[in-house]
Ligand binder design. Structure first.
Ligand code: MLT
Length: 412
C-alpha cells in the first residue's frame, strides 16, 4: 500500500491562481458573450513581447545547438558562468554589493526555489510569515509538514503570522520572540509595499541576534525607482551572514513563459545541526541543485544574459516603465472612485480596500459580473488579506485604460 504525504490534505482549497482560473472558466461557460470583453488583472503575468536582445540571443544560442562544433549537452546544474558573472557584476557589484558569481544559482523560477530551499532546512524550524503573503511560502511549508492543520480562518498551527496592515504600512516588524526562518518579500506581493533601509536593518539585526535565516524574495526589485529604497537585502549591513535572496527574470525581462531566475546563497550564511554545530548553507544548496536539477536550458540562459547588454537594459527599463505607467493609471482610477489604495508606486500591484464591508470574494464576483474584470481576492493571500483585493498592472495599455473606465463606471 502506497501511503501519501498527508500534509497535502491539510491544504485549503486549490492553489489561489488555478482556483481563480476555475471560477473564471465557470463564469465564461455561463456567460459566453462576455468572453471578448473579459480583462484579466488577476495573476501577475506579463503581456508584452520579449525584449529583442533576449530573442536574438536565444535564436543565436539555438543555432549553436544545431551545429556540431558549437553543440552543448548538459550544462552546469547551478548555471553557466557567463550568466552568473553578468548577474554578479550588474545586479550586485555595480551597486557596491559584495556578491560573487559562485554564490549565484540559476534556476527555472523563484517560486520553485522558494519552495525547494526548504529541502536543506530541518523540519522543526519555527517559521515566520507575513500575512497577507504570496501563498507559495505558506503552502510549501504545509506540504513539507512544517505546520499543523488550518483553523476556520485558514491560519495553520505552528506558523508565526506577522500581521501586515494599513497601520504598519504592510511592512511587518520582526517578532518579539525568536524564529528560525522568516520570509520577506519587497517590493511586496500582494500589497506593493516597500521596506526602507532602516526597516530591513532591523530584520537583519534580529536575524543575526537569533540565528534566523531570512528568505528575501526580490522578484520585483527592479520596479523600485527610488534609490533610497534597497532592491537587495545584501545592501543591508550583515545580510551576508543571514539572508538567502531570490530574484527572477519573469517580471523585469518578461520571462514568465521563458523561465529563468536565480537564488543567492552567500558563502557566509550558516545553519546549525541539532547539536548547535554551524554548517555553511552554500554547499548544501549546491549538493541539492546538482542532485535534483539539471539546470536551465542554454538558449534561455543566453537570453537572460542578453538582458544585461546595453540594448537589453534599455528594453527592460521600457517594459518596467510600461507596467508602472499602467500601475499609475489603475491607482489613480481607484482613488478617483473614492477607494483606499496602496502599492502601485514601486510595484506592479495595486492593493485596494474592499468598500462597504464587502468580502474579497464578493469584490471578485462584482468585478467579474459587473465589469468583466478579473482581480485577485485579498483573502487568497491570507486571513489579513480579507477585505482587500489586488489588481495587477501587467497588461496592455489599452486594457488598463478600459479597466480604469470600468472601475469608474461602477457604483462603489
Ligand atoms: C502573482 O500573481 O502573485 C504572481 O504572478 C505569482 C508568481 O509570480 O508566481
Amino acid at each position: 500500500m502506497a501511503t501519501i504525504n498527508e500534509n497535502y490534505l491539510k491544504l485549503k482549497a486549490g492553489y489561489l491562481f488555478p482556483e481563480i482560473a476555475r471560477r473564471v472558466r465557470v463564469f465564461l461557460e455561463e456567460n459566453p458573450d462576455t468572453s471578448s470583453r473579459l480583462i484579466r488583472c488577476g495573476i501577475g503575468d506579463v503581456t508584452e513581447p520579449l525584449p529583442q536582445a533576449a530573442i536574438q540571443a536565444m535564436k543565436a544560442a539555438t543555432d549553436e545547438l544545431g551545429n556540431r562544433e558549437t553543440f552543448r549537452g548538459y550544462g552546469p546544474e547551478q548555471g553557466y558562468d557567463f550568466l552568473r558573472e553578468a548577474i554578479a557584476a550588474n545586479d550586485y557589484q555595480a551597486r557596491g554589493i559584495e556578491i560573487s558569481a559562485d554564490e549565484i544559482f540559476i534556476s527555472d523560477g523563484s517560486k520553485c526555489d522558494a519552495a525547494n530551499i526548504l529541502d536543506i532546512f530541518g523540519a522543526d524550524n519555527r517559521i515566520a510569515i507575513s500575512d497577507p503573503v504570496y501563498p507559495v511560502y505558506v503552502d510549501t511549508n504545509v506540504m513539507a509538514g512544517h505546520t499543523g492543520p488550518a483553523d476556520e480562518s485558514g491560519a495553520y498551527a505552528g506558523l508565526k503570522y506577522l500581521p501586515c496592515t494599513p497601520e504598519n504600512g504592510f511592512v511587518a516588524e520582526p517578532p518579539d520572540e525568536p524564529v528560525d526562518i522568516a520570509y520577506l518579500c519587497f517590493p511586496n506581493n500582494p500589497t506593493g509595499a516597500v521596506a526602507t533601509r532602516e526597516q530591513l536593518q532591523k530584520w537583519v539585526d534580529y536575524a543575526r541576534a537569533n540565528r534566523t535565516i531570512l528568505f528575501f524574495d526580490a522578484a520585483y526589485g527592479d520596479y523600485i525607482s527610488d534609490p533610497a529604497i534597497p532592491r537587495s537585502i545584501y545592501e543591508i549591513e550583515g545580510a551576508r551572514e543571514c539572508a538567502i535572496e531570490f530574484r527572477s527574470f519573469s517580471k523585469n525581462g518578461g520571462f514568465t513563459g521563458v523561465r529563468c531566475a536565480l537564488t543567492v546563497v552567500p558563502q557566509t550564511v550558516q545553519g546549525y545541526t541539532k547539536d548547535g554545530e554551524a554548517v555553511a548553507l552554500h554547499p548544501l544548496w549546491l549538493r541539492r541543485s546538482t542532485t535534483k536539477f539539471n539546470g536551465v536550458s542554454y538558449p534561455v540562459q543566453r537570453a537572460a544574459e542578453a538582458l544585461y547588454s546595453d540594448e537589453g537594459k534599455a528594453e527592460v527599463q521600457a517594459l518596467i516603465a510600461h507596467y508602472m505607467g499602467n500601475a499609475r493609471i489603475l491607482r489613480e482610477a481607484a482613488q478617483q472612485c473614492g477607494l483606499q489604495v496602496w502599492g502601485g508606486v514601486h510595484a506592479p500591484y495595486i492593493w485596494i480596500q474592499a468598500p462597504g464591508g464587502l468580502s474579497s470574494w464578493e469584490v471578485f464576483d462584482r468585478m467579474l459580473n459587473e465589469a468583466n474584470v478579473v482581480i485577485t481576492p485579498g483573502s487568497g493571500f491570507g486571513r489579513r488579506g480579507e477585505g482587500f483585493f489586488r489588481v495587477s498592472a501587467f497588461n496592455s495599455r489599452a486594457n488598463v485604460e478600459e479597466v480604469a473606465r470600468r472601475l469608474s463606471s461602477m457604483n462603489w
